[in-house]
Ligand binder design. Structure first.
Ligand code: ARG
Length: 460
């Protein structure tokens, strides 16, 4: 049978090569559930509007339900000559029902159908990714309890900077992934609008009720302008941007833990279920999962780039270029879901190497800034204190000692008014305890944040 999209206007069958070149069934078959749900809602709306009889609507629903079971169990033959999943399903319905099946496409075009299916699919994907992000946040939150007593060096320029309590690190990732969730939630509002009934580009002369089908599909509302929606893919662009920031956050975390798992850092041991070996070097326990997380983020960013270039410079309204949006978009979703699936258990299963961390914690003058602020509190102007502590760091470096190992006289050689009280902020434990400001690593502040996140991430 010729494709239902090939009307009586053609005087030749399509070239085989064109069929292969233009098909999208090989990737848009993933939309079948959404396509069938969309068609059922459309048929019900048509019946409510007396465009179909109740009997015709029932036949269509029954037919589509059968087709769905066949697709679910993999027994539905996908025919590339029918181009896409939408035509495959419609043709199967026509084969079952004859003229009744030929009525389903009333008041709709594949343009609004494709975009509605995609919106439904994206909405589900956003909800799955949100749940996976929440799991990852929860894994970091569990670590906060586990590592409550651990102090870690924190870095700028990958040089030792100031000491922090370990949960402060984990909360940093929880915040990043929360912003990713918030971005997705905001983007979901624009995804969750129904384009069904905007038809090809101009709407339809038939008396359809777009709110009816939108409501049946759980959409928040309908898109306003048919020309806009026929051409619009920015709901995919922004979703893919959200996926890219998730990818970037995962990649930065992966890079950090790859470093931390080296002999040189020796901060963390990764769960062996999440490590791989070497075919030649027997001692190797490699962080491939983290490396692939870092690597796979490239594909997500690549997908965003593809979508941006794909949609730039398209005149209104629908253009066939838009068929090319699906592969990069699906790939971005699959990649992020894949990364998140392994990230949460890896976070939960890792162990901080406390002794190794502690044994080198006093190196790198992590307490220097705290000492500077101690002087500021006693009235020394900041620039003066900054310069003075620099001199003390230089002296300690020459003597190969820590600041806390300098003698009172050493401090007094820089500022005669200094006394034994300097030692109260020296050493990493004292330095951490001295923090105060909101959002800082002050242990009580961090503890309050942990409690806040516990309430926030509580399973509902
Ligand atoms: N298979 C196409 C897609 O996925 C459907 C195109 C329908 N519209 C058209 N004017 N050919 O985008």
């Amino acid at each position: 049978a010729a494709s239902p999209s090939r009307s009586g206007a053609f005087d030749a069958a399509v070239d085989r090569r064109v069929e292969r070149f233009t098909e999208s069934i090989s990737f848009d078959h993933r939309l079948y559930r959404q396509d069938i749900a969309g068609s059922i809602a459309h048929a019900q709306m048509l019946a409510d509007q007396d465009i179909l009889t109740a009997e015709e609507c029932q036949q269509i629903i029954a037919g589509l339900t059968e087709i769905k079971s066949q697709l679910d169990e993999g027994s539905f033959p996908l025919r590339p000559e029918l181009e896409d999943i939408h035509m495959n399903i419609e043709q199967a319905l026509i084969d079952k029902l004859g003229d009744v099946g030929r009525k389903l496409h009333t008041g709709r075009s594949r343009n609004d159908q494709v975009s509605t299916d995609m919106r439904l699919w994206v909405r589900d994907a956003i909800d799955r990714i949100d749940a996976a992000l929440k799991d990852l946040q929860s894994a970091f939150l569990c670590r906060c309890e586990l590592d409550a007593e651990v102090i870690l060096p924190a870095y700028t320029h990958l040089q030792r900077a100031q000491p922090v309590v370990a949960p402060h690190y984990w909360l940093a990732y929880i915040e990043k992934f929360q912003r990713d969730r918030d971005r997705l939630a905001d983007c979901r509002k624009r995804v969750n609008l129904c384009s069904l009934g905007t038809a090809a580009l101009a709407g339809t002369t038939l008396n359809i009720d777009r709110d009816n089908s939108a409501r049946r599909l759980g959409f928040e509302g309908v898109v306003e302008n048919s020309i806009d929606s026929s051409s619009d893919r920015d709901y995919l662009l922004e979703t893919c941007f959200c996926l890219s920031t998730i990818g970037i956050h995962l990649s930065g975390w992966a890079e950090e833990w790859i470093l931390w798992s080296t002999v040189e850092f020796d901060f963390i041991s990764l769960p062996h279920e999440f490590c791989t070996g070497s075919s030649i070097m027997p001692q190797k326990i490699n962080p491939d999962v983290l490396e692939l997380t870092r690597g796979k983020s490239a594909r997500v960013i690549g997908s965003l780039q593809t979508l941006l270039v794909l949609t730039k410079g398209l005149p209104l309204a629908y253009n066939r270029d838009l068929q090319e949006d699906k592969r990069p978009f699906f790939e971005a979703i699959d990649t992020i879901e894949g990364c998140l699936e392994v990230a949460a258990p890896l976070v939960a299963g890792a162990r901080l190497k406390r002794e190794s961390i502690e044994s080198r914690l006093e190196r790198g003058f992590l307490d220097a800034t705290t000492l500077m602020e101690f002087l500021i509190k006693r009235g020394t102007p900041q620039r003066k204190a900054h310069h003075l502590i620099g001199g003390l760091v230089k002296l300690a470096t020459e003597k190969t000692v820590t600041l806390s190992q300098l003698a009172v006289e050493d401090f007094q050689s820089f500022d005669a008014s200094l006394d034994e009280s300097v030692y109260s902020v020296l050493g990493v434990a004292n330095a951490v305890a001295a923090f105060q400001s909101y959002g800082s690593t002050a242990p009580t502040r961090v503890e309050a944040q942990v409690q806040r996140w516990k309430t926030r991430l509580k399973p509902v």
